[in-house]
Design a protein around this ligand. Structure first.
Ligand code: SF4
Length: 457
């Protein structure tokens, strides 16, 4: 059944700057550790002084694939007070690199030492409310002084156990679906981006100019990730020893004689470049997740470098992409741990298709159709990262998602817009149902598909 509660998530909660490789396993845990540090700092000083140890227990897919995703490093970083937006991604990679590395966690005047053996990959536990659960326990004299349970619910979002829902703000254009957006647009004669931006002004309490500034920062970060990826060669970190290939493909594209090959190779290389940066744990933008962080940057780079699109139009397309991500997250999920890769790469591809369509001035119906087509053909896509690293199949899958997005845009923009029989809301519902019926082996646990075949075949 479609959810009728209006969406009150900000565009900037979908698009977050932070280190790779995983929004749910890196950014979310870092934020959870930061939230626990804040909790510690609110304790009376005498209680803080009693704390001798801090232990962190990781459950579900955080336990299964957390090592490959750098979850333990992200937790130490969060406890050190680092934030995903501003942390130095290279310093983050060096945390816990050497056996015996230890860190002083400061909450007020007291310091508690945390080492690798304070972070426990604890498998599955009974009665977990959410698969990606983190429990923090601070103890002293054999007693628990304070504890916290957090859930990493995908896309870098976290929730704390017992956390109360904030009162929903009254938005000028409440919506929870694409059909509602269509109606608002028709009744009030507003373009899609204007509906979203007017809501965003209320949601984040900032002026239009400030919102545009933040959008520009995100667009710049995305393009920088592509540039960095194209300029870097060598092996990605981890046991797979996967060679980067964006730079090689890009060079090949520049010398390709055939212009169709050149176009596709460039689009592929852009997506690979940002996805490889993510796989290397460097700075990216969740779009809507880190695992799928190559698709929208590839489209942004394409529109800037090859279509010479102006910033204003680019922002408008970007906001249309956000609308698609918000609806998918609200009515289904963008978490690989909940619905498999259809929620990550599938949704990113749909967002990118909507971006292309809106930025190229198609009708709202065609924007919706582009997103629907792109998501429809990712339905059922499982999440099976080899060795728990966001590398195989994730990186190439970003390239495929970018190409699908372009194709979705082409299929939707050429021809009669009302010809599409499936709506975007219907395909999101199909994704939700498919995800609910998918075996947990295919939800970021590295227990099925390629993850198993790579080891055993
Ligand atoms: S397979 Fe897809 S959902 Fe799973 S980690 Fe990779 S990108 Fe994310």
């Amino acid at each position: 059944m479609p959810i009728t509660i209006p969406i009150t998530t900000s565009i900037f909660d979908i698009f977050k700057i932070g280190p790779g490789p995983s929004s749910s396993h890196t950014i979310g845990p870092m934020k959870a550790a930061g939230a626990f540090l804040e909790k510690l700092s609110r304790l009376p000083e005498d209680q803080r002084r009693r704390i001798h140890t801090i232990d962190v227990f990781l459950y579900g897919s955080l336990s299964a694939t957390g090592r490959g995703h750098g979850t333990h490093k992200a937790i130490v970083a969060g406890l050190l007070g680092w934030s995903p937006e501003t942390c130095d991604a290279d310093r983050l990679l060096r945390l816990l690199e050497v056996e015996g590395d230890q860190y002083d966690i400061h909450a007020g005047q007291s310091a508690v030492t945390v080492r690798a053996d304070n972070i426990h990959f604890a498998g599955d536990a009974e009665n977990l409310r959410y698969r990606n659960t983190l429990r923090f326990i601070a103890q002293g004299d054999g007693q628990t002084i304070v504890s916290g349970e957090y859930y990493s619910i995908g896309g870098g979002f976290i929730r704390e156990k017992g956390e109360r829902e904030k009162p929903a703000p009254v938005l000028p254009h409440p919506f929870c679906s694409m059909s509602r957006l269509r109606r608002i647009s028709a009744e009030q004669n507003l373009p899609l981006h204007e509906i979203l931006l007017q809501n965003e002004e209320v949601l984040c309490g900032r002026s239009r100019l400030a919102i545009e500034d933040s959008l520009d920062t995100i667009l710049d970060t995305m393009q920088q990730a592509v540039k960095n990826g194209l300029a870097t060669d060598g092996l990605l970190p981890g046991p797979i020893r996967l060679p980067r290939k964006a730079a090689v493909l890009y060079q090949h594209a520049l010398t390709a004689v055939n212009s169709e090959d050149r176009f596709l190779a460039i689009l592929n290389s852009y997506a690979l470049a940002a996805a490889e940066e993510n796989g290397a744990g460097r700075k990216v933008v969740t779009a809507p997740t880190s695992g799928s962080a190559g698709i929208i940057p590839a489209i942004v780079s394409l529109l800037v470098n090859h279509f010479h699109m102006d910033r204003r139009t680019l922002r408008q397309g970007f906001v249309a992409a956000a609308a698609i991500g918000l609806i998918a997250r609200h009515n289904a999920s963008i978490a690989g741990a909940e619905v498999g890769c259809q929620g990550e790469v599938g949704v990113a591809s749909a967002m990118a298709a909507a971006f292309l369509a809106h930025a190229n001035g198609t009708s709202l119906q065609q924007v919706e159709n582009a997103a629907e087509i792109a998501l429809e053909h990712h339905l059922g896509l499982t999440c099976d990262p080899v060795d728990g690293y966001v590398q195989i199949p994730c990186i190439e899958r970003n390239a495929m998602g970018a190409v699908s997005a372009y194709n979705g845009y082409l299929l939707a923009s050429i021809g009669e817009p009302l010809r599409q029989k499936i709506s975007f809301d219907q395909v999101v519902e199909a994704m939700r149902i498919t995800g609910a019926e998918m075996s947990s082996k295919y939800k970021e646990t590295a227990e099925g598909g390629l993850a198993v075949c790579y080891v055993h075949c």
